[in-house]
Design a protein around this ligand. Sequence first.
Ligand SMILES: Nc1ncnc2c1ncn2[C@@H]1O[C@H](COP(=O)(O)OP(=O)(O)O)[C@@H](O)[C@H]1O
Ligand SMILES: [Mg+2]
Length: 296
Amino acid sequence: MAPTKEDRSGAPHETVLPEPAPDSSKTLSLQPSGGVKVGEDDIVVLHEVKKSFGEQEVLKGISIVAHRKETTVIIGGSGAGKTTLLRLIVALDRPTSGQILVEGEDISRLGERDLNRVRKKFGMVYQYAALLDSITVLENVAFPLVEHTKLSKKEIRERVMDKLEILGLDPKVVSSKFPSELSGGMRKRVGLARALMLEPPILVYDEPTSGLDPLTSRMVDDLIEEMRERFGVTSLVISHDIASCFRIAHQAVLLINGRVEACGTPDALLSSDSQIARDFVRQSGVDVASLTRVSR
Ligand SMILES: Nc1ncnc2c1ncn2[C@@H]1O[C@H](COP(=O)(O)OP(=O)(O)O)[C@@H](O)[C@H]1O
Ligand SMILES: [Mg+2]
């Protein structure tokens, strides 16, 4: 049971809290955590999260609930605060105030050692797969295991080969290649293999379709859905791509100027009370009625 705020008053952020029980995910059901009610399937919960940089308040009280094994897409224009929000969720930064619960645990005041443990729950998938070009596919995908585990070289190699195969790549052919020798689609799969290496419950995609042509964007949307179905992961997608949002989101969260302007199914954005939300969809120029949803 995490200590309450009162217990910890005056304690510096660096204080290392005791490690919770290994299967803490099973104990989270409906227990109030610092006043926030969390259901069993509420895998990521943000409550009144604020973030300032100096004088500038970038996030102005964000409350979001992401459900387990669903896809939540956070959309918004440039400068809305999407990247800032993402960094708070994956425990790379702390909020100025408010609470962030990951599998029921409030991570907003954790010390560095605990934050490291929390970070392993998130597999990060970057826009251009973000593979290192100077090392082989094997070394790229092995990276999280080298970084976070004490497995032997042989074990790491075996796990990497397995993962490549699971993702539909021929490990014998692909593992010794350099990223530049692969097609865009294969690079995406290698990036996913790396993100899945520590078997995280949550995959986080930062602008996965940004800068891609419509056909490749659709392929990436299919891939996001495939990962969710095959590995039972929860997907958090940061995007400004309305078409992608309508294809993959169970829940769309529209972030405008550091606030949640609207939240619900993508279709609900169209009929939202918020004129800003309706305009955001309309002004994207995307004919959302013509989009085919990725199967779910
Ligand atoms: N580390 C930082 N220091 C100061 N300002 C920042 C920092 N990170 C983001 N900002 C500011 O926060 C605002 C939102 O940025 P960001 O979260 O990157 O938006 P988005 O990803 O939606 O484009 C911008 O005005 C940006 O300048
Ligand atoms: Mg950004």
